[in-house]
Design a protein around this ligand. Structure first.
Ligand code: UT7
Length: 335
């Protein structure tokens, strides 16, 4: 039999506290009207004081494992995509592994908002090659901890959350083609300047707020709307499908205007383009698995549906995958 990787469980977690545009209006010089019209974002979730990325990851992953119906000892590998790791060292994957009570190898993948698709590629490859049978793939972020709440050009955009899938082995295709890419010449466009080996944190660096996300928003916008339609077309062609066959295009939830422009350039029916950025903000590596879990629990994914997952972000990086959905529609109540 040909070994394929297929999604056998999904899970997600959004922190309880939300921050609305009205809350931001009280903190910085901005308006609900500006944020809504430029980004489509109305609110985002924010981690509690005693929570961090690995806590959100563990909650989403526990749900995905339960839905997959596998024991903890069945998980062969944990891959975690994040842009807001608990620490530079050790990995957030290890922190999450301990919180879940797993004993498998665990590692972070850091391709910013494309991290989940990169991790999906690594997980699917491990299954297809026979090196693993069951892989936990997580996207998790506590990005509000790394955002400068005095910088209105970035702080209105990001939110916290986590999503996870369990990949299992199947003789039918689940995860089909994956196209990944990177262009490091754009590294400066979206960067946390300080805190790594290039510029360890100093008092002066902290005073200049270099430990926070800095972004050239216009350039990132142009990059996304240039690259993503091309990569979507490429991944569909590689897997032998056309856009018409797609039940859902699930783009990284960065900004409604970016998603609308991608949809227009592809000429896809907006009803088939997933959108939840309005209530989550940009949750970076978590946005695609959050979307998957939302569609699954809402009964909007049916066995046999073809979906395309498309991520883009800092690096610059991008990644697109076609997936044939195999999980049954959940009973009312969502599991
Ligand atoms: O996962 C990938 C992560 N990155 C992204 O998705 C970001 C992609 N880029 C974008 O989404 C957009 O570039 C932004 C939403 C970040 C900005 O929208 P824009 O239409 O490119 O606005 P802009 O940066 O050109 O700024 C226009 C004006 C400026 O004022 P002046 O110079 O024209 O007087 C800004 O100072 O809007 C001002 N501005 C704000 N005003 C109110 C910037 N941020 C805000 C704000 N509230 N929060």
């Amino acid at each position: 039999m040909t070994r394929h990787a297929t999604i056998i469980g999904t899970g997600s977690y959004l922190p309880e506290t939300t921050m609305t545009n009205a809350d931001l209006e009280r903190m910085i010089e901005t308006s609900d009207q500006w944020i809504t019209s430029r980004t489509g974002i109305h609110e985002r979730h924010v981690v509690a004081e005693n929570e961090t990325t690995s806590d959100l990851a563990a909650r989403a992953a526990a749900m995905a494992i339960a839905r997959a119906g596998v024991g903890l000892d069945a998980i062969d590998l944990l891959l975690l995509g994040t842009t807001s790791p608990d620490y530079i060292m050790p990995s957030t994957a290890c922190m999450t592994q301990a919180k879940l009570g797993l004993s498998c190898p665990a590692v972070d993948l850091m391709a910013a908002c494309s991290s989940f698709v990169y991790a999906l590629q690594a997980g699917a490859a491990a299954i297809e090659s026979g090196r693993a049978d069951t892989v936990l793939v997580i996207g998790a972020e506590a990005l509000t901890r790394l955002v400068d709440f005095t910088d209105r050009s970035t702080c209105v955009l990001f939110g916290d959350g986590a999503g996870a899938v369990v990949l299992g082995v199947s003789d039918e295709p689940g995860v089909e083609a994956i196209v990944l890419g990177a262009d490091g010449s754009g590294a400066e466009q979206l960067i946390i300047p300080s805190g790594g080996a290039a510029a360890p944190m100093t008092v002066d660096g902290a005073a200049a707020r270099q430990q926070f996300v800095k972004m050239n928003g216009g350039e990132v916008f142009k990059f996304a709307v240039r690259v993503i339609p091309r990569v979507t077309t490429e991944v569909l062609a590689q897997s032998g499908h056309t856009l018409d066959e797609l039940a859902w295009l699930i783009p990284h939830q960065a900004n409604k205007r970016i998603i609308d422009t991608i949809g227009e350039r592809l000429a896809i029916d907006p009803e088939r383009v997933y959108l939840n950025v309005g209530r989550t903000g940009n949750t970076s590596a978590a946005s695609i698995p959050l979307a998957l879990d939302d569609l699954y629990t809402g009964g909007r994914l049916r066995p046999g549906d073809l979906i395309a997952l498309v991520g883009f972000g800092a690096g610059l990086t991008w990644g697109a995958a076609t997936v044939r959905w195999t999980m049954p529609v959940p009973d009312k109540g969502g599991s």
